[in-house]
Ligand binder design. Structure first.
Ligand code: MSP
Length: 657
């Protein structure tokens, strides 16, 4: 038997978030339909998705949640990310987490190899860092002093770091684009990438000493690998590249498609191929940068507060309605706006009217006129040809549209059949044929043609509406064979027709009622948010009042580090009548603390004594000398200082609380 052709398709790996929204679902759903379509065509498909789990952002969020970073990402992956893909019927073949041991091990090997080859070298980084995007920017890349990607504040950062010689790859990348015109899609985005390279590529900083939650550079453990290098290689490591967890690399690499949002196209078409060239790994065939799903004209994000929850939408309208909307509404590649109105009108016009109606009418008529089973007699009419030809041409059209990632057009072709079949019902008027016993064979043929048309529709809808297709199949009695891709080459393949009445596939939604309900829910949500904001404001006000009254929280108190120190020496400070310069030992090192106690204590009074010091006071200069810390003293009634001296049971460095 000939070996199956393989197809390897990937989504970006997602930042773990408890707030994945309908925009994130867009990429996975699109890839899922492409993967399902390829499976239908008989390909051996590997559909990879996963999570991108390292970096400062995660570390901060974990700390805020009182968890270790690993606990934090485990919880989100298990309770949010995977359940969402399950809810959306995303049938991935593999799920990679960048904290998986095999990935970590592979990244360390890759980093070392690049270093040994000289493609990575050690230097010093100075630039502007955007924490949310985990990206360093040069001054000229900033837009109005802010991050050019997300528009947020950046801060100046300088650190010893490893660099990848990206600058060496500018010409090679341009040449690659020229030789592989399909590599970057859509075309317009390719020009943006070429313009970016032509501005001049700088070497890329690929390690951090400040970010602890990352893959350690094993030969220099103060450094962690830059998250994007760690993340991009997931596409290879998930197949077993540089690790022994999997053994699929030779089978699937370097095909076929990386699907990414447009804002991360630069990482995938400049940095990624350059890294692959450096590792002598073949470059993927195609990277497609799709547009964003917008809401109220802006990209969805939690901070903007306009996130649309896919769980809520699936519960309200059904998973396939949501999938259909995502796949059909926006020309793939462009930005498009999510609105409740457009979602409901898609459900009503396409799913309820065109498809749902056709299924119900077909089943109902076969049931009514033939008790659910069509007789074998046929009587054809030239009127049938149009529908027949449309069906026989469907598969090729869909193949072409899916290959060019024109997913909405492919769906439009499928729905054209449903529309044509509905029109065919009007043209043939089965209810009139039913009145004439002599037209029984013609009536059976008309209904057969409807069942047969729906076979083409159902077989291909498996790729887009995986929950609905089996429901239609059950009502119309399609067998597995009926729905096979190879059996979509001819109209008339299905022989016996026996139908079973079932539930309405997509009930119509009363638009006015639904929008009013949504508005009510929205108003309630806003009222809740307002109440929460008020409560927060009041709590903050109370905290501020307490602060005014000098009250501090236990957390604030814990910030002050009080420890025991021994005074090893003490001298009077020149040019000062108040200060003594005490050399203290804090259990680890000697340092100087200047105190304004000379009026009441001589250097001799101080030498050899144990005292309490504030260990973590910011150093400051006094009378030209640096003072690191503060001695704790009481204040007598006359304003004199009373240093607290401790007994011998107190050792230098001992913490006080
Ligand atoms: N972790 C990186 C990708 C690393 S890949 C080696 C990342 N993660 S993400 O969670 O922020 O985004 C994942 C995908 O969701 C991206 O392709 C992004 O474009 C997509 N989307 C996020 N919001 C979106 C919309 N509102 N609309 C469409 N897609 C959007 O980037």
């Amino acid at each position: 038997m000939a070996e199956k052709k393989t197809y390897y398709i990937t989504t970006p790996i997602y930042y773990p978030s408890d707030n994945l929204h309908i925009g994130h679902s867009y990429t996975t759903t699109a890839c899922d339909s492409l993967a399902r379509y390829k499976r239908l065509q008989g390909y051996d498909v590997m559909y990879l998705t996963g999570t991108d789990e390292h970096g400062q952002k995660i570390q901060d969020k974990a700390a805020a949640a009182g968890k270790t970073p690993k606990q934090y990402v485990d919880d989100i992956v298990n309770n949010n990310v995977k359940p969402l893909w399950k809810r959306l019927n995303i049938r991935y073949d593999r799920f990679i987490r960048t904290t998986d041991d095999y990935h970590v091990e592979a990244i360390q090997k890759i980093f070392k190899e690049l270093y040994d080859k000289g493609d990575i070298y050690k230097g010093k980084y100075e630039g502007w860092y955007c924490k949310p995007c985990e990206t360093f920017w040069t001054e000229s890349q900033l837009v109005d002093g802010k991050c050019p990607d997300c528009g947020r504040d950046v801060y100046k950062a300088s650190e010893e770091a490893y660099f990848f010689r990206l600058s060496n790859y500018a010409d090679k990348l341009l040449k690659y684009y020229e030789d592989h015109p399909d590599f970057i899609q859509p075309e317009a985005r390719k020009n943006e990438m070429i313009a970016f390279i032509n501005q001049g590529l700088q070497d890329l900083c690929v390690s951090r000493t400040t970010v602890k939650w990352g893959i350690p550079v094993d030969f220099d453990p103060d450094h962690t690998v830059y998250v994007w290098v760690d993340a991009l290689f997931n596409y290879c490591t998930a197949l077993g590249y540089k690790n022994s967890e999997y053994n699929d690399y030779d089978r699937y690499w370097p095909r076929d498609l990386h699907m990414v949002g447009k804002e991360i196209l630069r990482f995938h078409t400049i940095i990624w191929p350059a890294l692959l060239m450096a590792m002598d790994v073949p470059i993927p065939k195609r990277v497609f940068g799709h547009g964003w799903l917008l809401i109220n004209g802006g990209k969805m994000s939690k901070s903007v507060g306009n996130v649309v929850d896919p769980f809520v939408l699936c519960d309200r309208y059904g998973v396939d309605a949501v999938r259909y909307y995502l796949l059909r509404e926006v020309p793939f590649g462009n930005d498009g706006s999510f609105t409740n109105e457009s979602l409901i009108s898609r459900i009503n016009a396409d799913l309820a009217n065109d498809l749902g109606n056709l299924v119900s009418r077909t089943v109902a008529m076969i049931d009514k006129y033939f008790g659910g089973q069509l007789p074998a007699d046929r009587e054809y009419d030239p009127l049938d040809n149009d529908l027949k030809e449309l069906c026989e041409g469907l598969r090729d059209k869909c193949d072409r549209f899916m290959d060019s990632l024109s997913i909405p057009q492919a769906l439009a072709e499928i729905f054209k059949i449903a529309q044509r079949a509905n029109k065919y019902i009007d043209e043939t008027a089965p209810w009139t044929l039913a009145k004439d016993e002599a037209k029984k064979a013609r009536l059976a043929t008309v209904l057969y043609n409807l069942v047969e048309s729906l076979r083409f529709v159902t077989a291909l809808l498996v790729a887009y509406l995986p929950e609905t297709a089996p429901k239609i199949a059950a009502q119309l009695g399609y067998t597995e064979d009926d729905l096979k891709y190879e059996n979509l080459d001819r109209f008339g393949y299905k022989k016996d027709v026996k139908v079973t009445k079932g539930e309405v596939i997509f009930p119509r939604i009363d638009v006015a009622k639904e929008l009013a309900e949504l508005e009510k829910q929205d108003a309630e949500k806003k009222a809740r948010a307002l109440r929460a904001a008020k409560a927060k404001e009041e709590a903050e006000k109370k905290a501020a009042e307490e602060e005014d009254a000098g009250i501090i929280s236990i957390d604030e108190f814990r910030k002050i580090r009080l420890i025991v120190a021994e005074i090893r020496d003490s001298v009077e400070v020149e040019n000062s009548r108040k200060l003594l310069d005490n050399t203290i030992f804090d259990g680890k090192r000697e340092r100087h603390i200047l105190s304004g106690i000379r009026e009441w204590y001589s250097p001799e009074d101080m030498k050899g004594k144990k005292v309490i010091i504030v260990d973590n006071l910011a150093p400051r200069k006094m009378a030209g000398k640096l003072s690191e810390g503060m001695l704790v003293a009481g204040e007598g009634e006359d304003g004199s200082a009373k240093v607290i001296f401790l007994g011998d049971e107190f050792k230098p460095g001992m913490k006080l609380r």
